[in-house]
Design a protein around this ligand. Sequence first.
Ligand code: TYM
Length: 353
Amino acid sequence: MSAFHSVVHRAKQKRYSFLMKQTILSGSTVTGNLTLGNYIGAIQNWKKMQNDYDCLYFLADLHALTVSQDPKVLRERTYSFFAQYLALGLDPQKNIIFAQSHIHQHTELSWVLTCLTPLGFLNRMTQFKEKAEKNEKNVNAGLYTYPILMASDILLYQADLVPVGEDQRQHLELCRDLVGFFNNRYGAGILKMPQAFVSKMGARIMSLQDPTKKMSKSDENEKNFVSIIDDEKKIEKKIKAAATDSGTEIKYDVDNKAGVSNLLTIYSTLSERPIADLEKEYEGKMYGHLKVDLAEVVIQTLRPVKAKHDELMRDRAYLDKLLNAGAERAQARAQKTIASVYEAVGLLPRQLF
Ligand code: TYM
């Protein structure tokens, strides 16, 4: 093979290996504080996938508007979430990382899909019911149509897999239904059918004070969660105060020992040690021992993350530059999808003279 042909051959191989990589998309709504639950249930998996997949990770800032926001706080939090993504190990070169509001096609696709969504499907969404109960004074239409915007986020980039925690499964099902409706009506293959990727361990980290409830980043009681950027004293205090039970045995048993099981899950996912190993190590020991050691594991994990986050937050120009580069890469892909969707549904392309 001539030198020229071997270069072409290598380029083709590279192109095909890129084409063969499955596309991953996921994101987090920019509300509250990113927690250990978000990290273990989602971001830890995003990080693991970044080497083998074509990944897009975004800041769901438009979704944040479904609850009332102080504009200043929202802006600051968006930078902070982005800095946390980076500090947690998401590489802005390997992945496309961007802010949802920078890509206008999200809301454009959302409108098309809104016009295909039966109200009955939205009425079934358990998260809407929960959030509406919590935000009695602000049950707005955005809160209701939120899962359609979420479907648009996924479908705009033709994602194959969506790594999420357990609580997002129902939204993923709705997204799949919408692909079915769309492709049935306008032709198969325009929107790709995505799949949820929910890991077996850690897909539902529970609240520290009430281990029958999910750890939530918008929880009003700070003691219920560990934030990614909590200081060490806080982490230690929160873990030591975590609810357990009146027994003494350190054993994984979700039905009877929800608190201890939650602590074991956090320990196991962060240290990458099987639960059975931990049960053996803590046989005959007290809950206090487990908590002291777990606090140390969490602190060790999050110490460099907080330091990196704080450093990144001091350089907004750098963060802006990265967000801009991410948006450029995302935009090109989003535009391709929206153009084919608009054409399929019969909207006229704008003629430029
Ligand atoms: P959000 O911001 O609530 O959560 C981000 C991710 O963290 C997961 N998660 C958890 N996993 C385990 N245990 C927990 N206690 C826990 N709490 C949260 C969530 O399942 C999620 O994967 N609607 C989404 C954001 C979004 C999105 C998307 C996600 C908007 N568009 C498109 C994927 C694809 C949300 O509010 O996640």
